[in-house]
Design a protein around this ligand. Structure first.
Ligand code: EPZ
Length: 442
């Protein structure tokens, strides 16, 4: 049954919370477990719907799973027997394309129907397909969204990605570990979540390591063992709560926030006027000063991560002056802005590239830069969440705003934030969740 969040804003957030394991690492590590003919145990796995969907997908392919406790899941992949990735699960997340590599290693084939885009961009899989073909996979495009993959044994190759795609890098790493010979992936993604996955693949028996200049090197093997492994803490969740603490003028200790995984975020937070104290098990966030405007550009790691962008834009609505944000990773990741403007924010969008970074959207008709002038008082409103990170941005705006807000579409937030209500209440937020008749949530 759908629910809505009711939030009364306007109070500084105070206290301590602990983030969960990283969605964007856990999903890939669950998929990687299918490479080994055994029972894998993953620790620190977040209880979110995207994880449930990915585990259900494993089950459809012949695996079995069981939660040993709140955050430990065992995945028994001894009986992988189905190469068709069912659409009903691949309708809501992008993870299905990643199952192709384990299925090729286990069954020599895979079938996939993809879903196309989401509210933040068209999200094609052309880099995945091109890379798999270079590793000797026959790829038949049965239709615009359906693919058949076949390969008796993959072979190593030198692949240069057109763009450092996270998903394509992870897929090709999982493909290359079982290929004959050596694979070099250049212009690849190097996000901390990928290092977490690569660490698990190495523990499973693969030879996989980073070289200079965004390059991964993999020497294929056929012997994989099932392992017990730990998912890293969620640096996107940590940054989301940090922005919340500073924007509400509060002070929050975020346990599980790790400096090395969010160095760039911490620098930009300090530039805006936020401050932080680093501890071995977390970071305390608070406001040092008046909030100052900045000119920010998102980019691939180690740049400012695109998933940090929506909460950070809400923070910038409270800065004294005009900030500029140039989104270079997704074509349309400002769809949520209109609702913030309805709450009182002053944000203008433009197709121009307002920044100096190279951008794939130059001279293209995408509203991918924002001008934010502040500070503007926000007033509570009724909001409908379009996607996961926009969802957190709405919750944050409602926590800053005066009065009450009603937020619909909470299922988007539950895809990536475990126990959000509980954590926000731990730091003093006035938030509740109410079941709503489908009729009420347009
Ligand atoms: C991962 O998505 C994350 N999702 C995203 O987080 C994150 O925003 C993104 O990486 C970038 O950091 C998960 O890990 C589950 P990409 P992914 O391939 O792998 C284009 C969140 O909120 N592209 O790096 O899908 C693509 O359209 C989510 O947790 C192609 O053109 O991202 C996009 O513009 C949102 N062709 C850009 O590259 C391809 O074949 C980056 O995509 C692949 C990607």
């Amino acid at each position: 049954m759908p629910t809505r969040y009711d939030i009364v804003g306007g109070r500084p957030l105070q206290g301590t919370l602990r983030v969960s394991g990283a969605k964007n690492a856990a999903l890939k590590m669950i998929v990687a477990a299918l490479i080994a003919d055994g029972v894998t145990t993953l620790h620190n796995v977040p209880r979110i719907t995207d994880v449930e969907i990915t585990l259900k997908l494993c089950e459809e392919l012949g695996a079995r799973y069981r939660w040993r406790d709140e955050t430990t899941v065992e995945i028994d992949a001894r009986n992988i027997n189905n190469a068709v990735i069912p659409l009903r699960y691949s309708g809501s997340t992008r993870t299905p394309i990643l199952f192709v590599s384990p299925l090729l290693h286990r069954l020599g084939k895979a079938e996939l129907t993809t879903i196309g885009g989401c509210s933040i961009g068209p999200r094609p899989i052309n880099y995945h397909i091109a890379g798999l073909r270079q590793l000797g996979v026959q790829v038949e495009e049965a239709s615009r969204t359906a693919y058949r993959f076949q390969a008796d044994r993959l072979h190593g190759n030198i692949i240069t990605l057109e763009y450092p795609s996270v998903g394509a890098t992870e897929n090709l790493l999982m493909a290359a570990v079982g290929a004959r010979g050596r694979t070099v992936i250049r212009n690849a993604a190097i996000e901390p979540e990928i290092l977490n996955l690569a660490g698990m693949l190495q523990a499973m028996g693969a030879v996989v390591y980073q070289d200079v200049n965004r390059t991964w090197i993999v020497e294929g093997t056929r012997r994989f063992r099932a392992v017990e492994y730990e998912v890293m803490d969620d640096r996107i969740e940590a940054a989301s709560f940090a922005a919340c603490a500073v924007a509400t003028g509060g002070e929050v200790l975020v346990k599980g926030a790790i400096q090395r995984d969010m160095v760039t975020f911490l620098d930009w937070l300090r530039k805006v006027g936020g401050e932080f104290d680093i501890y071995p098990d977390g970071i305390r966030f608070y406001r040092q000063d008046r909030l100052r405007p900045v000119n920010l550009e998102t980019d691939v790691h180690p740049g400012f991560m695109t998933d940090w962008q929506p909460p950070f834009v809400v923070l910038l609505t409270q800065a004294e002056g005009i900030s500029v944000v140039h989104e270079t990773v997704y074509e349309s990741r400002f769809g949520y802005v209109e609702a913030l403007v309805s709450m009182g924010a002053h944000i203008q969008l433009t197709n121009d590239c307002l920044g100096s970074r190279e951008c794939r959207f130059t001279n293209k008709n995408y509203l991918h830069s924002a001008l934010i002038s502040g500070p503007t008082p926000l007033r509570g409103g009724t909001l409908h969440i379009p996607d996961l990170r926009a969802g957190f941005a709405y919750v944050m705006a409602a926590l800053i705003a005066s009065g009450e807000s009603r937020i619909y579409g909470t299922e988007f937030v539950q895809r990536g934030y475990a126990n959000l209500i509980g954590k926000l209440r731990e730091i003093g937020a006035d938030i509740s969740e109410t079941p709503v008749e489908t009729a009420e949530s347009p």
